[in-house]
Design a binder for this molecule. Structure first.
Ligand code: NAG
Ligand code: NAG
Ligand code: NAG
Ligand code: NAG
Length: 420
């Protein structure tokens, strides 16, 4: 199937020779997967428990060996920051070629349908998705060739217009009921091949009036917590990204990272209160007990990310925080301090290779945990972080492997289980 748009550079670079390699790698894929699950995985996992701490923070010196192997085997930078680099590479290419999404055109774009509210602020991911999919090659006008159907209703925009929660639920219900009675597509699977996107958590509440929307459809949300309605095998964790970034991306700047850990922000959750109370006067961890005031100086908050090794990312009112994408962008290792957070692209990326994943109870041992990470391990984490920065950035128009394409890839992985 040929695309009307010019193929991206990385696709045109697939020559006959490389195609041959691709076929060969497909043939060896089963062997590869078998080996990686039987021998490589346990080795890595068990070696990471040899330290005195029982926490499984990463031991990157072990994995850098695998890195080299992956690069030597000619996988074009598809290193072990991915769970199975070869599978991601091949599946992603297939998604690029074949994936088609039908967007319902109903609803007045001047209200909360079809168009994003804006591409700024902490819920910008929602707006970017709406805009990106409309201008992407994945969009089809022909529902018969669609793999999935997008319900383009923006709860963030509704919220911006001051709609009450109760009215939101009614508006979503009326809209989807309208689609159900007008088109034959929903009824074939009762919504299993439909999806909606909401970064603001009000979007999850607003769908409560339609039990089948919650149960059957794919929900792409910024607040994916295992202990609320999120279903990890079906739903998708949308990265929360506060764009545009105020300063350029960080990377290859390890000598400037002299602060061990940093956090400043609103104490709007239990874990943030504990974090501030425990560490606010520490001389090695730079933990504020409040937001950094703008009067302190120009972009003081953002500049701290460049000077820090580990940026602490406790959950706020939800498990997620735009601080995680900030940390990734500025090259500061994110330290996840949330329970039950289904991290964005968790099924594709091996987060332990570029982040430190902790539980809330670890907050009391935070300093020792970070100090136990050797300089070599930190360097490996930092270098891996730079490799995945592109996955946590939105662009208009979208570019290959950016946040939009990663969300599309997650949708592609989920669509294949639906039959009608
Ligand atoms: C909710 O809907 C009712 C009926 O349409 C309307 O009168 C009311 O103003 C709405 N309230 C809000 C906050 O949107
Ligand atoms: C889909 O099913 C519902 C419930 O049975 C029905 O009311 C609706 O008319 C159906 N839609 C179409 C397009 O047939
Ligand atoms: C380190 O910080 C200094 C002062 O802010 C800056 O001029 C320099 O470019 C930074 N080095 C790197 C590698 O980013
Ligand atoms: C930090 O210092 C301030 C001012 O001296 C004090 O009020 C506060 O109790 C200290 N916090 C901790 C956790 O020791």
């Amino acid at each position: 199937m040929s695309s009307p748009k010019p193929a991206p550079q990385y696709l045109t670079s697939i020559t006959t020779k490389q195609a041959l390699i691709l076929i060969l790698s497909t043939l060896t894929l089963i062997t590869f997967t078998y080996i990686s699950f039987t021998s490589v995985r346990p080795t890595l996992n068990y070696t990471s428990y040899t330290s005195s701490s029982s926490l499984s923070y990463p031991q990157p010196t072990t994995s850098s060996h695998v890195d080299v192997e992956a690069e030597e085997s000619g996988s074009d930078g598809f290193t072990d920051v991915y769970h199975v680099p070869e599978v991601f590479k091949l599946n992603y290419a297939e998604m690029e070629r074949r994936f088609k999404v039908f967007i319902y055109t109903d609803g007045d774009p001047k209200t909360f349908y079809q168009t994003p509210r804006k591409l700024t602020g902490k819920y910008a991911s929602e707006g970017y998705f709406f805009q990106n999919i409309r201008e992407s090659k994945f969009r089809t006008e022909d529902p018969d060739e669609a793999d999935l159907f997008f319900i383009p209703i923006s709860c963030h925009k509704m919220r911006g217009k001051g709609t009450s929660y109760e009215n939101m639920t009614i508006i979503v219900q009326n809209y989807v009921d309208g689609l159900i009675s007008k088109y034959p597509y929903w009824n074939r699977t009762l919504g299993a091949d439909h999806f909606f996107v909401t970064c603001h958590d009000v979007g999850v509440r607003a769908t409560e009036g339609l039990p089948l929307l919650v149960k059957n459809s794919i929900r792409a949300v910024c607040s994916p917590s295992y202990d609320v309605g999120f279903i990890p095998h079906k739903d998708i964790a949308l990265p929360q990204v506060l764009q545009p970034f105020a300063l350029p991306r960080g990377g290859d700047d390890i000598e400037n990272r002299t602060t061990l850990g940093f956090w400043a922000g609103h104490r709007n959750s239990r874990i943030r209160v504990i974090l501030a109370r425990t560490w606010e006067n520490d001389t090695e961890l730079d933990i504020s007990n409040n937001r950094i005031n703008r009067a302190t100086g120009h972009l003081v908050y953002q500049k701290r990310f460049y000077r820090t090794k580990f940026c602490i990312c406790p959950g706020g009112s939800q498990v997620n925080s735009a601080r995680i994408a900030d940390s990734i962008h500025y090259g500061c290792i994110p330290v996840i301090l949330s329970n039950y957070y289904d991290l964005p692209f968790n099924d594709i990326l091996d987060w332990k290779k570029f982040a430190v994943i902790l539980k809330e109870k670890d907050v009391y041992d935070l300093k020792q945990i970070l100090k136990d990470i050797s300089h070599e391990q930190f360097v490996t984490l930092h270098n891996n972080l730079v490799k995945i920065q592109k996955h946590f950035q939105w662009n208009t128009p979208p570019t290959p492997y950016d946040a939009f394409h990663m969300v599309m890839y997650d949708l592609w992985l989920r669509h294949s289980v639906i039959k009608y």
